[in-house]
Design a protein around this ligand. Structure first.
Ligand code: HEM
Length: 505
């Protein structure tokens, strides 16, 4: 027995010296690997991946790319903004599609459909123009941009957002729709902020993209989405099915409801739908993709629309409720956009010249609440930051680490200080990546900002909002991965009281 233990210890010691001391000396052009005493960092990665990345960077005490192995998969971690720009530029050798195709497989797309989606199409095909002969998978990114970048198509969605918020922010509607609220007579209402923002924004998102019909097909869809979205880490970590029924059941319900949506005759739903939904349907059907697979494709879109905005509005309001002077500044700055309780000029609020504090609060909230990372598969050996990254492994750019660089964002880096955004051109810094970067940078960023700031401005115009009770500042759930903005830890939601204000002219 003792011999076995001694043998195991010697083997472990030899393995460690070889892997983390001798091998790096023999291969100085390779990124150094973060050492461990067990063959990989799985436990630390699954408990708190950002924490593990921060420890690794501190260990090397340099901004050079380093390597990390988790469950046999090697990630090269890029923590310097300059190197992340190299990652985003290396589109020939680093692939984002691998990640998307992985999600498609996990969520139920057939393998032959994935193949069809990523096969180049003719340049003169009918429908959405395709001058580069892209596949539908690649073309879909261009279609998102066509819908969501500033222009006529975005204006249609912004108008819908404004109209919906106008009709859904009164005490009467809140009393009627928020079954979980505690009415305080007729004069005010108490709501759990995270739950309310989440439900409100998922309803808004699905209305803007699909029209009312989806709500009629399945009124419980927003709740099912929230159940799924809070457990999305199980999907990202590809948990075995017997451990992830709680995530996969609501996911199946969303996909089934989208399937029913596409089975309704087109003439009954196309006017309520965004251009993108109708075009995606046309493009998919022209490739012979059936309703089952179309529903899975559009499920990813439903997810992208809804996962981050709901959490961003919660964090903005949380910071405002805990900083009354900032709340006053937000309200005063956005005042000229209103006539009484009506928002008459929503674009006034989007202009940082009119509303510098709103702009700074938006950026500072994203800085502190953002979690995402860009992941790329290496298709061919590639040099990033002077280090050779080998084919078959993955490159990871953890945006959150970039956002806590004091040399760029200033002191008190973990505190909410919108003033730091007074520094000129900070939003142009390559260290600023709340929406990712390169070709796959979030196309929904303009709509997200419009929706969140329109909602907060209208809320503050119509209501006084205050925190109820003495609960501490809610903690973000940093340990679990999400694709954008962090959730809160379980049990950290808190109540706010809304009391209508007199209309001012
Ligand atoms: C504050 C809210 C949001 C945040 C923080 C956010 C963040 C992100 C991030 C980090 C990515 C990945 C980029 C990459 O890997 O390079 C992404 C992609 C994407 N987001 Fe957002 N997002 C938000 C809101 C939205 C909204 C409202 C929509 C749609 C209406 C949207 C649509 C998309 C799409 C379509 C992609 C994929 C882009 C592509 O592959 O071409 N996002 N988002």
């Amino acid at each position: 027995m003792i011999q076995l233990i001694v043998f195991s210890l010697i083997t472990l010691f030899t393995w460690r010296v070889w892997r983390f001391t001798v091998s790096p000396m023999l291969n100085p052009s390779h990124p150094k690997e973060f050492p461990s005493w067990v063959p990989c960092h799985a436990a630390a990665f699954f408990c708190n991946s950002n924490g593990l990345l921060a420890s690794a960077r501190k260990y090397f005490n340099t901004n050079e790319p380093f390597a990390l192995t988790v469950l046999g998969m090697t990630f090269y971690v890029v923590t310097q903004a300059k190197h992340s720009a190299e990652v985003y530029k290396s589109t020939d050798t680093l692939s984002f599609e691998d990640f998307v195709q992985g999600l498609m497989r996990t969520n139920g797309n057939d393998l032959d459909v994935i193949k069809v989606m990523y096969s180049p199409l003719s340049i003169d095909k009918a429908g959405f123009p395709n001058p580069q002969g892209d596949s539908l998978g690649v073309l879909a990114q261009k279609m998102h941009i066509h819908q969501l970048h500033p222009g006529q198509n975005l204006l249609v969605l912004q108008k819908r957002v404004q109209t919906w918020i106008h009709g859904h922010l009164s005490l009467r509607v809140l009393h009627d729709t928020c079954t979980y609220a505690s009415p305080k007579g007729l004069a005010s209402i108490e709501l759990p902020l995270y739950q309310w923002c989440s439900e409100y924004f998922v309803r808004l998102g699905q209305q803007v993209y699909f029209g009312e019909i989806l709500d009629k097909i399945d009124p419980g869809l927003p709740s099912a989405f929230l159940e799924f979205d809070e457990l999305i880490w199980k999907m990202l970590y590809q948990y075995p099915s017997f451990l992830s029924h709680d995530m996969s059941k609501p996911r199946s319900r969303i996909i089934a409801s989208l399937n029913r949506y596409f089975r309704i005759p087109r003439s009954q739903r196309e006017d309520g739908a965004a251009w993108l939904i109708n075009t995606m349907e046309d493009e998919a059907k022209s490739l012979g993709i059936d309703d089952d697979n179309l529903a899975v494709l559009v499920f990813h879109l439903y997810f992208a629309i809804n996962t981050n905005t709901r959490k961003t509005v919660f964090w903005v309001l949380t910071y405002l409720v805990h900083n009354p002077s900032l709340m006053r500044a937000f309200r005063e700055e956005t005042g000229p956009a209103f006539d009484g309780h009506n928002l008459v000029d929503p674009f006034y609020i989007q202009d940082p010249v009119n509303c510098p504090q709103v702009d700074a609060i938006w950026h500072e909230t994203l800085r502190l609440s953002g979690w995402s990372a860009s992941v790329r598969l290496i298709n061919q050996d590639t040099v990033i930051g002077g280090k050779l990254m080998r084919k078959g492994n993955r490159v990871l750019v953890p945006h959150r680490l970039l956002h806590f660089d004091e040399s760029i964002f200033g002191q008190n880096i973990y505190a909410f200080h919108p003033e730091r955004w007074q520094k000129e051109n900070l939003t142009r810094s390559p260290s600023w990546r709340p929406f990712g970067g390169g070709k796959t940078m979030c196309s929904g960023r303009f709509l997200a900002r419009f929706s969140v700031t329109t909602f907060v401005a209208t809320l503050l115009r119509r209501f006084d909002i205050e925190k109820v009770g003495n609960s501490p500042f809610p903690q973000a759930d940093q340990g679990r991965p999400v694709l954008g903005i962090m959730s809160i830890k379980e049990g950290h939601d808190f109540n706010v009281k809304l009391t209508p204000r007199e209309a001012v002219r």
